[in-house]
Design a protein around this ligand. Structure first.
Ligand code: CP
Length: 312
């Protein structure tokens, strides 16, 4: 089985950001992901596209969804996968990410999936990659999470056809969110201009184009897509936000507040969720939620990225 698209995207060596990804390449990745999407309830299909290749997952920051879905994506494409357990790796003895990378590259790893809390680490590793080796960012500080951005627009596209007509509300800790940055880059590439950000003033972004609101109700009014974000306590100084109960009252999405959006609006969240802080369980598990669909789509999107980078 090939799973190969008739229309190949422009050849990519690494995927570190969506900022400079041409629209044709982005669309080709989404098309390819559609070919890999497993029908609900059916067993996942296996491919041999990456037979003989090795993928290494280097997650220097915690992850559930991204790490697991990259691992499943690589296995379903037929690759051998190594996932370093950082707590038991030589990282704890002081080995740098670059030395870890060189060590695994010397073992003939073909593609590295890298998450790091410091900006610039995936780029540094990519600069030291051998010509035949690929690097994919799985999350870089607050800067970029390209495969999350891809799976977010892939999910939106399955529900909403015209990106240039969409109103997208992104609510929560936008300032510290690499998810928001990559989603906005992908939405801009696909033609979405009506992007609204809402949250406490100190958690609104300084570097993103879009209307900003401290009242989430204004951002929600008539929105087609509502993307809720977790408060990234690990990326902020203590005391920057009110207590969780107060936060939920002021910014959290419950069923009443969701009624301000369009009746057919979809609700997204990259996970992990803090129920009762940024989102109520009734919304997270409700009929407008596509949160679990985002997770399923993430495997197909990552299969598309791995296969495309490896030129298969
Ligand atoms: N969305 C996301 O990046 O989740 P994880 O941190 O669990 O990978």
């Amino acid at each position: 089985m090939t799973g190969k698209s008739a229309e190949h995207p422009q050849r990519l060596q690494h995927l570190l950001t969506l900022a400079d990804l041409p629209q044709t390449t982005l669309l080709a990745l989404l098309e390819r992901a559609g070919e890999f999407l497993a029908p609900p309830g059916k067993p996942a299909r296996r491919y041999d596209l990456l037979d003989g290749k090795t993928v290494a997952n280097l997650f220097f920051e915690p992850s559930t969804r991204t790490r697991t879905s990259f691992e499943l994506a690589a296995r379903r494409l037929g690759a051998e996968v190594v996932t370093l357990d950082m707590a038991f790796s030589s990282t704890v003895k002081g080995e740098t990410p670059l030395d870890t990378f060189h060590t695994l590259q010397a073992m003939n790893v073909d593609l590295f999936v890298v998450r790091h809390r410091e900006a610039g680490v995936p780029q540094t590793l990519a600069q030291h990659a051998l010509p035949q080796v690929h690097v994919v960012s799985a999350g870089e500080a607050h800067v970029s999470h390209p495969t999350q951005g891809l799976l977010d627009v892939f999910t939106i596209r399955r529900h909403k056809k015209k990106f240039d007509k969409l109103a997208v509300a992104i609510i929560g800790d936008v300032r510290h969110s690499r998810v928001a940055r990559s989603a906005v880059q992908a939405l801009h590439t696909l033609g979405t201009r009506d992007i609204r950000f809402a949250g406490p003033a100190e958690l609104l972004p300084e570097d993103l184009d879009g209307e900003q609101f401290t009242n989430p109700d204004k951002a929600l009014a008539g929105a087609d897509v509502v993307m809720m974000l977790r408060i990234q306590k690990e990326r902020m100084q203590a005391g920057l936000i009110p207590d969780e109960h107060e936060y939920f009252q002021r910014y959290g999405l419950d069923a009443t507040r969701l009624k301000l959006a369009r009746a057919d609006a979809i609700v997204m969240h990259p996970g992990p969720m803090n129920r009762g802080v940024e989102i109520a369980a009734e919304v997270a598990d409700g009929p407008q939620s596509v949160i679990r669909e985002q997770v399923s789509n993430g495997v197909a999107v990552r299969m598309a990225v791995l296969a495309t980078l490896m030129g298969t």
